[in-house]
Design a protein around this ligand. Structure first.
Ligand code: SF4
Length: 458
């Protein structure tokens, strides 16, 4: 499994490096700004934004609140059409299942389409350990695989790379000079990847949604690679979180229309692929065998808790594009898989808050993420809940707890409030030069306090 856990210091250290790199700052800034403005335009065109968000929330939460019933209905429907379904409690179980499928088919080459769930379980590493070569076919993921790096954005995994970076990487891989021109770079990717689709023994994809009513797997891509991966190899394995289930086929159009608009500003993502079972008699393409592997890996712990709404996420990436913290620190600081506000909430919930204590603090709590979310997940409120949990579970330093206890004590009386606010005017300059105050003020401007307090100016 990808190591989602991280020390309290990791975020700060990586973020500092990104902040000091003007090339990365410019790449993230322009890309996230473009994605954000496309989303805003696409939503404006649609209208009735709040009604549509509420409907999406209702569809997602209805499915999640009966998750076991829906998974069972999905299993019945897919098995009736000749597919196989497995529910895996851990990353290790899911990896073992896929490796076993590969071994039974004597597979040597796996073609993969972009999937955050497979990143989460570290599938490529597990396949490699079993002697199976796995090749990413999404352009951004392929670039990262060649560089041995992880995605830094859930929709645009290589968002920090410029066309010059990609041209350099492809030139090295192909052994010929690839100019930094978009058409040339794309042609190079085609030369490198096309044969992989034909040669692969097994195709692995994620799923954007799975439909309980019909046993249908839905994947959307802009490059068409997901469709090739799911159609050309003899075996198709789908790996997806248990929460990606929706009840009915009728729920799909609404969610797909919001997903495309929120992710990239498109009315619909270029390729929407619906698969219900393996190839049937008389059909010209499609796999002979299909396996759907549902991943729990900590998700079940969120059911019936104050964090349940996080399971409604449709991985559109909108919250990343508007987050002032993500837009400066970039994705790597959050860990190897989920980044931005959705990652700051989800990762601690999956691995345990003590394993990722810095992430709930990676937010200004401005609420832009909540406002951008097409399924109305109250992200900034969940971040606050996680901060409360950190305090309750004593995952904060004794110094911090003492400071906040004294503050709380002082402001619980009128006298204490007046005294502390009077002292603050004299003490804040001193506080910004020593101890934690100095660290806090090292990359912020500390404004001077007003000479007269508001309450004294009457
Ligand atoms: S939390 Fe909301 S905005 Fe963020 S990725 Fe998930 S669905 Fe999109």
């Amino acid at each position: 499994m990808a190591d989602l856990a991280q020390s309290a210091e990791r975020f700060r250290v990586i973020a500092r490096g990104k902040l000091a790199d003007p090339r990365i700052q410019s790449a993230i800034d322009s890309s996230t700004d473009r994605l954000r403005s496309h989303r805003v335009d696409a939503w404006d065109e649609l209208g009735e934004v709040e009604e549509r968000r509420s409907r999406a929330y209702e569809i997602r939460m209805r499915a999640i609140r009966d998750i076991d019933g829906n998974l069972e209905r999905f299993r019945t429907a897919l098995e009736a059409r000749g597919g196989h379904v497995a529910v895996c409690a851990t990353a290790e179980e899911a990896n073992a299942y896929v490796v076993d499928v590969c071994k039974r088919h004597g597979a040597k080459l796996v073609a993969k389409s972009k999937s955050m769930a497979t990143e989460e379980i570290g599938l490529n590493e597990a396949l490699e350990a079993a002697g199976v070569t796995s090749v990413e076919t999404d352009l951004g993921e392929y670039v990262l695989q060649l560089e041995n790096e992880h995605p830094v954005h859930i929709v645009a995994p290589a968002i920090e790379k410029t066309k010059e970076d990609v041209a350099r990487i492809f030139s090295k891989e192909e052994g010929v000079e690839v100019p930094p021109v978009l058409e040339e770079v794309t042609a190079s990717a085609r030369r490198q990847l096309r044969q992989v689709f034909f040669d692969a023994d097994v195709g692995v994809t994620g799923a954007n949604f799975v439909v309980a009513e019909t046993g249908t797997v839905v994947t959307v891509t802009n490059e068409g690679n997901g469709r090739l991966v799911a159609s050309l190899p003899k075996v198709h394995v789908v790996i997806t979180g248990i929460e990606r289930v929706v009840e009915r086929l009728d729920d799909l159009p609404h969610l797909l229309s919001l997903l495309g608009r929120s992710a990239t500003g498109q009315r619909l993502t270029s390729y929407t692929h619906l698969v219900t079972g393996p190839r049937r008699e008389g059909e010209e393409d499609g796999p002979e065998e299909i396996h759907v592997v549902f991943l729990e890996n900590g998700r079940r712990n969120l059911l019936d808790t104050k964090y349940e709404e996080m399971l409604a996420c449709i991985r559109c990436g909108s919250c990343l594009n508007v987050c002032p913290v993500y837009r400066k620190t970039a994705g790597e600081a959050y860990g190897p898989v989920y980044s931005g506000p959705m990652g700051a909430v989800l990762t601690p919930l999956l691995v345990g808050i003590d394993q990722a204590p810095s992430l709930p603090h990676a937010s200004s709590l401005c609420g832009a993420c909540t406002e951008a979310c097409p399924v109305k997940i109250p992200l900034h409120e969940l971040l606050l809940e996680l901060r409360r949990d950190l305090v309750d579970e004593h995952e904060t330093s004794w110094f911090e707890r003492l400071g906040f206890s004294l503050w709380s004590f002082a402001w619980s009386t009128t006298f204490g409030y007046r005294l502390s606010s009077a002292l603050a005017r004299f003490g804040h300059r001193w506080a910004s030069r020593f101890g934690p105050g100095r660290v806090w003020a090292s990359d912020r401007e500390l404004p001077a306090f007003a000479k007269k307090r508001f309450r004294d100016s009457r």
